[in-house]
Design a protein around this ligand. Structure first.
Ligand SMILES: [Zn+2]
Length: 261
């Protein structure tokens, strides 16, 4: 028998699921190999040395052995545990949503360093920043770019004329903004305020710092979330479990504010 082939990679743990008596299958997102599943044997035993290093949302260095089906974790050393993402529910829900979007949108073993970098930077921002929703919108817009679904925001998707600085419309099915005239023929389109259009352009073309500096009213943040999520939903053609978690979170926060105020 030849020795198993070992290789080393860093990865963000996107999720894990139980395997057999004491093991787990980890879904990892790596810089050079894209997304891959790996087996962590015995990780559910109380004395497992791996356990603390392979939790979802951890950034870890792995030593993996090539398996017949799935590769096997032989060593793992956490580089960044992102503790605030575990301790603060507002951050936890958003970070799980980010991990889930990456998981749902990416195929196995297709390298995408830009997505890896975006994922890691987003987790860092969610762990330490204070613009959590703008961080999510920036992540969604840039992920769409990486995936080849960049929404069109300068000209009307339907007629191709430059969009005027007025209220236009958003069409998830068409993949971007449409002018008011074309929107009449698109019953599923939603009104798109001028501020939302401007902010979407900034999210698409500006730096994260540019976006985080803009003072956005709650109504505008909600509008941005609605349009981007509708587009992502349209692309996924199914619901994302984490967004339901976020909605539940939002309702519970609103309820506690009502009770507190
Ligand atoms: Zn048009």
């Amino acid at each position: 028998m030849s020795a198993p082939k070992l290789y080393k990679t860093t990865a963000v743990v996107l999720r894990q699921r139980k395997l057999g008596e004491a093991g787990k299958i980890l879904t990892l997102f790596t810089p050079n190999l894209g997304k891959l599943d790996a087996v962590a044997k015995g990780v559910r035993r109380p004395k497992s040395k791996l356990a603390g290093h392979v939790e979802p949302l951890t950034y870890t260095t792995f030593l993996l052995a090539k398996g017949r089906d799935l590769d096997i974790v032989t060593q793992a050393q956490a580089l960044e545990a992102f503790l605030p993402l575990r301790e603060d529910l507002e951050r936890t829900g958003r970070a799980l949503y980010v991990a889930e979007l990456v998981d749902r949108f990416t195929p196995e073993r297709q390298e995408s360093y830009p997505i890896f970098r975006l994922l890691l930077e987003t987790l860092q921002r969610l762990a330490t920043g204070d613009r959590l929703d703008i961080t999510l919108r920036f992540f969604e817009m840039r992920l769409l770019d990486c995936l080849g679904y960049r929404p069109q925001l300068d000209e009307c998707v339907t007629c191709g004329k430059p969009l005027q600085p007025v209220e236009n419309a958003w069409s998830a099915e068409s993949g971007g903004a449409v002018c008011a005239a074309c929107a009449r023929a698109l019953p599923m389109s939603q009104s798109l305020s001028l501020n939302a259009l401007k902010m979407m352009r900034l999210l698409q073309k500006g730096s994260y710092g540019d976006c985080a500096r803009v003072n956005t009213a709650p109504a505008l943040e909600m509008e941005l979330e609605r349009h981007l999520r509708q587009y992502l939903f349209y692309l996924l053609e199914r619901d994302v479990r984490s967004t339901r978690f976020l909605d539940t979170l939002r309702r519970s926060v609103a309820a506690s504010e009502t009770v507190g105020g």
